[in-house]
Write a protein that binds this ligand. Structure first.
Ligand SMILES: C[S@@+](CC[C@H](N)C(=O)[O-])C[C@H]1O[C@@H](n2cnc3c(N)ncnc32)[C@H](O)[C@@H]1O
Length: 267
């Protein structure tokens, strides 16, 4: 793995606030992936499963799922949340600490997913190809790969206004009395290499008046549609569906997401 890949999730404040933030944003991706999971005949592998935001609803739906993630702290969070589920759901999930660019689980899956952009943490083409090769080896003959990356919003790739902090998310009140607000900014543009340095910035106010600022900084690769199509095709996949959002609308120039479903070519 190259130096900057992995997304720097292994920090206590990141693992702690990840669910606080996304539970409130009600993303439609969870139901989208649960629907694929319910339809698949065999077991499921989620690469970059994080805190189980998607994995746990799939396990709760009675599907056998393995979650692989690079970050022990994100996995620890997932384990704690699974322990609060009914036993049956807990028994459906297996968690593995590993790198999605080099894993060998000695098992085949009928569905492999990468929800909410873990693939964009793979900065080099070498890592991207290595990941897709691992996916290919772990898919059943008829198995399906389903994953999403964002469609690049062109101004965000070069416009220096995005170097300023963007403050649009509501402040969260936590049960222990802390208040947390998250902003984001682009810290640097790397157009020649097609990734940006991103910062997610957490402002924490304690009940005693103390304040803290914590920064989750990571490089994030962006992909254009044809790059992703070529990458999949050259890695031995055939694209089955291509959506622009989690309501399965067709992709257009204004779509926020690029969601691919693919099978092993020649099957
Ligand atoms: C944005 S989170 C997505 C988590 C989860 N899939 C979800 O939808 O909430 C990205 C996750 O990818 C993981 N990740 C990044 N690079 C990875 C790698 N090389 N191998 C495995 N996991 C990785 C991070 O640790 C993080 O948990």
């Amino acid at each position: 793995m190259v130096k900057n890949s992995g997304g720097n999730y292994d920090q206590a404040f990141v693992a702690e606030h990840y669910d606080n933030v996304y539970d409130r944003l009600h993303r439609l991706d969870v139901q989208f992936y649960v629907d694929y999971a319910k339809k698949t005949p065999g077991s499921i592998l989620e690469l970059g499963c994080g805190t189980g935001r998607v994995l746990i609803p799939i396990a709760a739906a009675g599907k056998k799922i393995t979650g692989l993630d690079y970050s022990p702290l994100m996995l620890q969070r997932c384990r704690e949340k699974l322990a609060l589920q009914p036993t049956a759901a807990g028994e459906m999930a297996t968690l593995i600490q590993g790198d999605m660019t080099k894993f060998n689980l000695e098992e085949k899956f009928s569905l492999i997913t990468m929800p909410f952009r873990p693939f964009q943490h793979l900065i080099t083409v070498r890592e991207q190809k290595a990941c897709l090769q691992c996916v290919r080896r772990h898919l059943d003959k008829e198995g399906l790969l389903v994953f999403d990356v964002f469609q690049p919003f062109l101004p965000r790739l070069t416009d220096t206004r995005y170097l300023m902090e963007i403050d649009v998310e509501p402040e969260m009140a936590l049960p222990d009395g802390r208040k947390v607000r998250r902003t984001n900014r682009t810290a640097a543009f790397h157009p020649a290499e097609q990734y940006n340095d991103i910062e997610l910035i957490y402002y924490i106010k304690y009940p005693d008046g103390r304040r803290e600022r914590q920064v989750h900084a990571f490089p994030m690769r962006y992909f254009f549609r044809t790059k992703m199509e070529h990458l999949l095709e050259l890695s031995g996949f055939e694209i089955i569906d291509f959506f622009g959002n989690f309501d399965r609308t067709p992709f257009t120039e204004n779509s926020p997401e690029m969601i691919f479903t693919a099978k092993k070519a020649g099957n």
